[in-house]
Design a protein around this ligand. Structure first.
Ligand code: GDP
Ligand code: IMO
Ligand code: MG
Length: 427
């Protein structure tokens, strides 16, 4: 089984970290292909809980090589903080490989992310404030700084000078901030170069050779389908391609080498930050989902907005990503409801939509058409097979599967590695 892609189907935080960690033991490489430390993946192994941001979740699997590929934007301070944190807990991070083509997040882009959001006021995106958007904008504007630039001080200085020429005008004249000096940026970036150098490689070549040798590569997406800059709820999205296509451009692995696309999807829906969310619950049910599911951001600690499962989104994720398998997570959080609503279509001004509306305006005005399923009260966290589940929970899973467009391969009934029911093998 050569290359597998694992992505989020909704607005992030579906439990991709747990799913990647579970597959980590069966694959040779785990590759992060988009985003940066805006991601937050919580992995629970026995009594230990790990919160990963920039490192691929495969870092926790001995024997697997974690790769930060070209499509990622890297905050070098965060990278080494995370490495040191894991090493301090006895995790070996020495196999980590970093692409020479990945872009680095310079200090001025962290500042710009925050001041731009403040400037936008009520039109803000609700970003994580990590400098992600401005760094991808620089990449597209061809004024970005790449990992390899750190190996040539002259080039680095020239690039930083070029970028700051415009940015300082904006910082000073638009945002009333202090100008950033070239020296401070160059010095900061170069302070990491000695530690970074041995990790850097041509990761596209490394992965191509791995695949030629019959190795298995898991491409792990940060964020999710509806946060994708092209296919998500623009402009309330992140600045990278979090859908399966991004796995190719973000890693250098061509589409015809991808065998499976695994989408992780929650048994309900959450979203952090601003933007439309048709099944959002602003009532007691929403509070209860948040409390039962511990729905607070891993990265910013913000309370996540909560709502019911949305099958229109699931079908859209299947179509856009070419999903071959769904991993359903957090079914245990739904225990205790008498009836569980599931959104099967939208209504916009009296018209029914079975697919995502073409325009963002319609999506903003979409109200869910619900079907209601009988709930269960039994604690399901100890279930280890489909047959262990109450009949109503089994029915709920099969009903979602039927509406979502691809088979469900596993079901999560708790955060721990063990708390998973396998319906069919993924690898
Ligand atoms: P990611 O960003 O997609 O990796 O997801 P996050 O880690 O941000 O959020 C998912 C949260 O749900 C984490 O705290 C996980 O430990 C937890 N989790 C994952 N699967 C399950 C599950 O099946 N049941 C419960 N109760 N928690 C889960
Ligand atoms: P994981 O990988 C949930 C959201 C932010 C904001 C928007 C843009 O843990 O699923 P950015 O800082 O990326 O420019 O913010 O995207 N966002 C996430 N929401 N999970 C994530 O990652 C996210 N990464 C970014 O809240 O609305
Ligand atoms: Mg997360």
């Amino acid at each position: 089984m050569p290359a597998l892609v694992l992505i989020g189907a909704q607005w992030g935080d579906e439990g991709k970290g747990k799913a990647t960690d579970q597959l980590g033991g069966q694959v040779d490489f785990v590759v992060k292909f988009n985003g940066g430390n805006n991601a937050g993946h919580t992995v629970v192994i026995g009594d230990e809980t790990y919160a990963l941001h920039l490192l691929p979740s495969g870092i926790l699997s001995p024997g697997c090589t974690p790769v930060i590929a070209n499509g990622v934007v890297i905050d070098l301070g965060v990278l080494f903080q995370e490495i040191d944190g894991l090493e301090g807990r006895g995790i070996d991070t020495s196999r980590l490989v970093v692409s020479a083509d990945a872009h680095v997040i310079a200090s001025y882009n962290r500042v710009l992310d925050k001041v731009t959001e403040r400037f936008l006021g009520s039109r803000k995106i609700g970003t994580t404030g990590r400098g992600i958007g401005p760094t991808y904008a620089d990449k597209m504007n061809r004024v970005g700084i790449r990992v390899q630039d750190l190996f040539d001080e002259k080039i680095l200085r020239a690039k930083v000078e070029g970028a700051l020429e415009l940015k300082n005008q904006v910082l000073v004249k638009v945002y009333n901030r202090k100008a950033v000096t070239v020296d401070s940026v160059v010095e900061d970036l170069l302070s990491y170069v000695d530690r970074l150098r041995p990790m850097v490689a041509d990761t596209g070549l490394l992965l191509a050779k791995g695949l030629d040798d019959g190795k298995t590569v898991l491409l792990e997406g940060g964020q999710a389908t509806l946060l994708d800059v092209d296919h998500g709820t623009y402009p309330f999205v992140t600045s990278s391609n979090a859908t399966s296509g991004g796995a190719c451009t973000g890693s250098g692995i061509p589409p015809n080498r991808i065998d499976k696309v695994i989408a992780v999807i929650k048994a309900y829906t959450t979203r952090v930050g601003e933007g439309p969310f048709p099944t959002e619950l602003l009532d007691e049910d929403g509070e209860r989902l948040r409390a039962n599911g511990h729905e607070y951001g891993t990265t910013t600690g913000r309370p996540r907005r909560c709502g019911w499962y949305d099958a229109v989104i699931a079908r859209y994720a299947t179509r856009v990503n070419g999903v071959t398998d769904f991993v359903l997570t957090k079914l245990d959080v739904l225990t205790g409801w008498d009836k569980i609503p599931v959104c099967v279509a939208y209504e916009v001004e009296g018209k029914r939509f079975d697919e995502m509306p073409m325009t963002q305006t319609d999506f903003h005005h979409a109200t869910p058409v619900y079907e209601y399923f009988d709930g269960w009260t039994e604690d399901i966290r100890a279930a280890r097979s489909f047959e262990d589940l109450p009949k109503n929970a089994q029915f709920y899973i099969r009903a979602l599967e039927e509406m979502s467009g691809a088979p469900f391969s596993s079901v999560g009934v708790g955060p721990d590695r063990e708390q998973t029911l396998e319906l069919r093998p993924l690898v």
